[in-house]
Every structure is written in C-alpha cells, then in structure tokens.
Design a protein around this ligand. Structure first.
Ligand code: ZN
Length: 244
C-alpha cells in the first residue's frame, strides 16, 4: 500500500467505496490500484493506492510468494534472493528501525564494470565515486562475475529412493595407474552398498580379473549376510560383460 501516486507503472481507479483499516483504527478510502516496479526483477502487483496513508507498507508474504524469493533480515540491511537461481534481486538498508528498499539504478555502474573487464567494486568506487555513493559492496552484483568464480555447478536434486542393504550395489573400475603398487597392481574395483554406503575395494593386476573378483564378492554377500544382490549398477564398462 502506498500514498504516492507517481510510483505506479500501471494504474486503474477504484470504483465504489473500497476502504482499508489503517493503524489508528480509521477507515481510509482506496483511490486506485495496480502495479509498481521496484527493481528489474521485482514488480509488486496488486498495490493499493491509499492517499491517507503516511508511509508505504510492503507485505513480505506477498513479495516472497509472488516474486518467488526469500528474504534475509540482517542488522544493517536485508536482502532478497530469487529462489530458483539463488541470485540477489534486491536489498534494503536499515535506518532508524525501518528497512528502506534500494531503488537506485545500477545500470550505468554495471555498464562501466563490463566495459572495463569486470573490475572489483572497490576499484569501481575509486574510479566512479559519484556512481558508487551510498553503496556498499554487497549492493553490487554482477552475474557474470559470480558464475565465473564458481568452481562447479550445484548438483541437481536427487530422486533417491531409500534402499535396503545389498539390494543395490554400485561398482566401478579404475585404472590403469602408470605406477603399480608394491604388489604390482595397477587397477582397483569398488563395490558400494547404496543403503549403508559401505565400500569394498579390491586391487587388480589387470581388467580380466573383474569377473573373478565380482564372483567372490557375490558369494561373500550370500554367505556372510544371507542375502542376494538384486541390482548391480555400473557405467556399462565392457569389463563387466562376458559369458560368465
Ligand atoms: Zn562482472
């Protein structure tokens, strides 16, 4: 809700006598409603235009639901992050007990940042003090810089279904190492139980031993644990396919 008409990017007058109850208990008429664009990523809709209001009111639940974002309130500021990309989409500075949304336009500073080959914010502040006034380093975000500093993308969400011990065994073969170990083995094979994450490692002199090692492992599960392997999951390496 706001009392400021010129903030609206789209606007329509409210017919009838729609009223809202404000803090002092009185009813205030709603003059109009529609949308306000507060940043590149956030458009508030619907916003009520209430001329008798003495300050702007922002509903955090409306904002987080409609813009699919999270908010984090810190002593000096608060930040809004897009839930799907994790990108910071807006921020607000604390001043005398209230958080003030940052509506400054970053486009010119970002343009210079790109032109100059993505220098740090400290360097930009030194070069363009007027564009960086009233700005903290956490205010300034460049997507390219953030992605370029990532070492790896996050793992996709796993559709893991809990298993029972030994129903699913993951296996892989590694080698050959250019340096053999003391017993002249250059390969190793792993069997990992999906449920317990227990891992068995066997050393091999060459790939042809995979068959006998697997048969031993298979017998060991049957005799020691009185159960059977139901699924053997591999990368379809040829070492797992043979007549036996
Ligand atoms: Zn950058």
């Amino acid at each position: 809700m706001t009392d400021t008409h010129h903030l609206f990017s789209t606007y329509s007058c409210c017919a009838g006598n729609l009223k809202v109850k404000i803090a002092d208990g009185t009813l205030s008429p709603v003059a109009g409603k529609w949308s306000i664009r507060i940043s590149e990523s956030i458009t508030l809709n619907p916003v009520l235009h209430v001329p008798n209001l003495s300050c702007n009111l922002l509903s955090i639940t409306q904002l987080t639901k409609k813009s699919n974002c999270s908010t984090k309130f810190l002593p000096s500021h608060c930040v809004f992050h897009d839930l799907s990309s994790g990108k910071m989409i807006n921020s607000a500075k604390e001043h005398e007990g209230l958080y003030y949304l940052d509506k400054t336009d970053d486009s010119e500073l970002l343009l210079w940042h790109k032109r100059m080959g993505h220098p740090s914010f400290q360097y930009l502040r030194h070069l363009f003090p007027s564009l960086c006034s009233n700005k903290a380093s956490w205010d300034f975000q460049c997507e390219v810089c953030e992605l370029a500093k990532h070492h790896q993308a996050s793992f996709p969400k796993s559709k893991y279904k809990p298993s029972i011990s030994f129903t699913l065994i993951h296996s892989d073969l590694w080698g050959s190492s250019c340096t053999p170990n003391r017993t002249h083995k250059k390969w190793f094979i792993t069997f990992i139980d999906d449920h317990a994450r227990l891992c068995w490692v066997y050393l091999l002199t060459d790939k042809t031993k995979v068959q006998s090692i697997f048969m031993n492992f298979h017998s060991m599960i049957q005799t020691q644990f009185h159960t059977k392997i139901q699924i053997l999951c591999t990368d379809n390496g040829t070492e797992y396919f043979n007549h036996s």
